[in-house]
Write a protein that binds this ligand. Sequence first.
Ligand SMILES: *[C@@H]1O[C@H](CO)[C@@H](O)[C@H](O)[C@H]1NC(C)=O
Ligand SMILES: *[C@@H]1O[C@H](CO)[C@@H](O)[C@H](O)[C@H]1NC(C)=O
Length: 567
Amino acid sequence: MLASTLLLACLAAAVCGKPMARSMQVHETKETVPTDFELVGPAPPDTVLNLRLALVRGDLVGLEKMLMDVSTPSSPLYGQHLTKEEADAFMAPKPESVDAVNAWLKENDITVTKTSSAGDWLSFSIPVSKASDLLDAQFSVFNHTDSGKTVIRTLAYSIPSDLQGHLELIHPTVIFTRPLTGPAFKIAPRKSIQTPAVNRTSDAVPASCESEITPACLQALYGIPSTPASVPSNQLAVSGFIEQFANQQDLKSFLSEFRPDLPSSTTFSTQLLDGGENPQVISEAGIEADLDTQYTVGIASGVPTTFISVGEENQDDVDGFLDIIEFLLSLTNQPQVLTTSYGFNEPDLTSTMANNVCSAYMALGARGTSILFSSGDGGVSGSQSQRCTTFIPTFPSGCPFVTSVGATTNIAPEVAASFSSGGFSNIFAQPSYQASAVSTFLNALGSTNAGKFNPSGRAFPDISAQGENVVIAFQGEFGLVAGTSCSTPISASIISLINDELASQGKKPLGFLNPFLYSTGASAFTDVTSGNNPGCNTNGFSARVGWDPVTGLGTPNFAALRTAVGL
Ligand SMILES: *[C@@H]1O[C@H](CO)[C@@H](O)[C@H](O)[C@H]1NC(C)=O
Ligand SMILES: *[C@@H]1O[C@H](CO)[C@@H](O)[C@H](O)[C@H]1NC(C)=O
């Protein structure tokens, strides 16, 4: 009966062999080509597109409630993180969604090549011609004129009307992201640097730290212990993208200069994704990757650290972010801390994609991982300094389920680094955990910058740490780097060391940090009350007493953190 109906439908459509005509509905659009991109021309019809499809997840409301319950210190469920199976069950699409989407793919002879752990993402490869028919789209080649990197995108695509509510998005289609970048490196001859003697019985910060930040400076400034961690199951992961390779020899030079107390075999392990590599030729070392590995391995003494190098197989930076989170969610024993010093300008993503990625962070947080992202280096103008009329929030910092880290400079006292991105998301609403801290700030702010930001959005950063004049070893030389890229691995390392102490007492890791940070944890941060983050022809926001969108709650104090977590 069914078969003959299909046959009739096929005959009636008069285009047998082509997909059956379904009623289509425009699903996502991009109104204009972003300014940095130009249209080159139609995409060659036989170019194969590696597409991925997100199904609507089953129970994100339930998952968010679980995340808050297990992450809020006053909750009876605090620390009762979900298992992989429990988190997957919330993330898994409903069976009717799976059936509806699979039927559509089957009807179009599309073979799924990869399914995510929870079944919420499907990957497949089809030529441009087929993708254009399938999605009523016009795939074209666009050139990112600064980098000369070309991408294939469409300004709109449609999906069958009856898949609305089942199919969330298809990627890459309407998202144009500017290529990710890392910080700049300035060579500083070693003779000018005095390695401060580590004196664990003294709180004094060596005077040389005013001009150059080393691990000893951070240990003294934040009270970070130098004693090695003791629990091998307590892991720290470092995201690596854009062929930024982390060099073991640079790390060795760095550790022998600044952490001679650590065993000389101390290093990181490597996880490759998407055809990623981590070649050890010194000339291929990347500044960001060297910085991120040196300020994790060199600060989180003895914490097993993994550098995740994501390749450029899909030629798309959002894909890399998706693949890291999918990979971590697929592990039964995932790392307890993830640090990432890359991000996007929020307007470069669609709100659908931003929400999708943010929900994946929610799942990892509910499983007990602390996820830290750098807030960006463009002040209120976004991830990098740029022209703007309204403030540009960054992503993932605007996701309420990650911890965003801003930057400070100077030592006594620390002040906000002027590049420290901060502000308010235009996609994500303000989460309740920060309502009180943010309203105090907004009341004090008055009408300053009114109309340039969304006062009801998720506000960031949450915390901050040193981000200027940070010494690294890079391609055999020592030099200085700056950026929230420094602050993030430093903060992540501190959380990893606290987790180690918790684990050694049989206690749960901190997991998603923010509900703790804005409540019992707030007292463990030194408030930064001066400096500002200019951009968009304004002075940006000013750091002030209490939380602010430049330095968040302030910089960590290890002893106070210990107390706040009950150690
Ligand atoms: C992309 O733009 C750059 C800068 O204008 C130009 O040099 C390059 O030829 C362009 N590439 C294509 C494929 O149009
Ligand atoms: C280390 O700290 C102790 C106690 O405060 C002090 O007596 C000693 O001089 C310090 N040593 C150095 C090298 O600063």
